[in-house]
Ligand binder design. Structure first.
Ligand SMILES: Cc1cc2nc3c(=O)[nH]c(=O)nc-3n(C[C@H](O)[C@H](O)[C@H](O)COP(=O)(O)OP(=O)(O)OC[C@H]3O[C@@H](n4cnc5c(N)ncnc54)[C@H](O)[C@@H]3O)c2cc1C
Length: 388
């Protein structure tokens, strides 16, 4: 990122992404999603639009946009199909991790190819027995001459099979360290095997996989931040999750917007008892609550992004945005289904997809239970009572 994005440029970019969604995404999203098919052509257009380098500094070939613009772009993508914003999210987090904490060599090596979308990024923190409890990570990396040898099983790696770079959290004798693991996309590379493609309720069309590392060797300079980065991986990644949470909040706003707008349209078309259902007060109350929650969710998201753009730590604000927006998206998707009646439950309309996609935002990037703890601890730290 390189300074605040000019508002006119932001509006133009958001309009460009909205056109892409209208023209290319909406006509195919439901079919691809139901078939759980990777949207290769859409991803190619996202590359052409420069979206894989959205926050990467221009000196490395990126667009250098601020987070507020990124959040607005994510909202547009998610309003079309939430999975597209997931294809982008771990990638952008990896690029941000390298940009913020990488050595000069790591930035030179990885940022240009990440920005161009030539290499795709995956972020690998979670394990079968370490999700909320990131301190329980057991994947380990042992020094052997000029290399580290990595052994362990990582779970829930979104974009893991197609990634050419995995930001991997592994335990070294210094603590949890983040490794930049380069690989070829595909089912296996060196000692890495994609051991399971996890079936999902929603968030389909992109892979979330389990990956086994069996004595996989990486050069010692794969430690993010160089020797100074040893033992600091968890700190780097949790700070990076602030951006991930703003992404999740923006995605939730996008899904909620799509669900709300569909309900608003349908309520004016569908007639019962001789009038459009929008004239029944019970439906009006729903629409009012949905619109209010949507607006509040967007404002929290924009506010968190702006404060992070201003250089503040926003664990509290990003947590609040993620918590509120994801719960709002879930409620709005459910209400939209109710307003649509029977047809909302069918695969003929995208409402059922919003309803299946929304819960991911409650769980991903830290569950909402954990989010509340992050918010409370952040507040207590800020206002004097340190809780650790
Ligand atoms: C589709 C999908 C994609 C994902 N992609 C990625 C990815 O790309 N990279 C990655 O690293 N991870 C990814 N994740 C993992 C995700 O971040 C974890 O699933 C999440 O952090 C929760 O961890 P868990 O599933 O182990 O649940 P657990 O930690 O086992 O939690 C189970 C329940 O207990 C609650 N709980 C746990 N601890 C506490 C506590 N202290 N207080 C109160 N309640 C608590 C939780 O809120 C939850 O309700 C993905 C997950 C999904 C579902």
């Amino acid at each position: 990122m390189s300074g605040p994005t000019d508002p006119t440029l932001r509006a133009e970019l958001v309009a460009t992404v909205r056109r892409f969604v209208q023209r290319d995404v909406l006509p195919v999203a439901s079919d691809l999603e139901h078939a759980d098919e990777y949207p290769a052509e859409l991803v190619a257009t996202m590359r052409e639009l420069g979206l894989f380098g959205v926050t990467v500094a221009p000196q490395y070939g990126g667009l250098g946009l601020d987070l507020r613009t990124y959040a607005a772009i994510v909202e547009e993508l998610a309003a079309g199909w939430m999975s597209l914003s997931g294809i982008l999210n771990t990638h952008v987090m990896v690029a941000n991790l390298v940009g913020a904490n990488g050595t000069d060599e790591q930035r030179q090596r990885w940022l240009p190819v990440l920005a161009a979308g030539e290499v795709r990024g995956a972020l690998s923190l979670s394990e079968p027995d370490a999700g909320s409890d990131t301190g329980a990570i057991s994947c380990r990396a042992e020094r052997d001459g000029d290399e580290y040898v990595i052994t362990g099983t990582k779970m829930w790696v979104t974009n893991g099979a197609r990634a050419g770079l995995v930001a991997l959290a592994a335990r070294t004798e210094d603590g949890i360290t983040c490794f930049l693991v380069g690989k070829e996309p595909g089912p296996s590379f060196g000692g890495i095997t994609v051991s399971r493609d996890i079936g999902k309720l929603g968030y389909r069309g992109l892979e979330t996989v389990e990956m086994v590392y069996d004595r996989h060797r990486v050069p010692a300079d794969a430690v993010l931040g160089g020797p100074a980065g040893l033992g600091r991986g968890r700190h780097f990644m949790l700070a990076g999750l602030e951006v991930g949470r703003i992404n999740i909040a923006a995605r939730a706003v996008g899904v909620a917007r799509a669900a709300f707008e569909a309900a608003l349209r349908y309520a004016q078309q569908r007639e019962t008892f001789g009038v459009p259902i929008a004239q029944h007060q019970a439906i009006q109350l729903k629409l009012a609550d949905m619109a209010t929650k949507l607006e509040a969710a967007r404002l929290l998201t924009v506010s968190a992004a702006e404060r992070r753009d201003a250089g503040e730590r926003v664990d509290v604000e990003a947590g609040m945005a993620k918590l509120f927006a994801s719960e709002a998206a879930f409620e709005i998707a459910t209400e939209s289904m109710r307003i649509h009646g029977g047809v909302g439950y069918t695969t003929e309309l995208p409402i059922e997809r919003y309803y299946r996609d929304a819960p991911l935002m409650i769980i991903g990037e830290g569950t909402n239970e954990i989010q509340r703890l992050v918010i409370a601890r952040g507040l207590l730290r800020r206002y004097g009572l340190d809780t650790r």
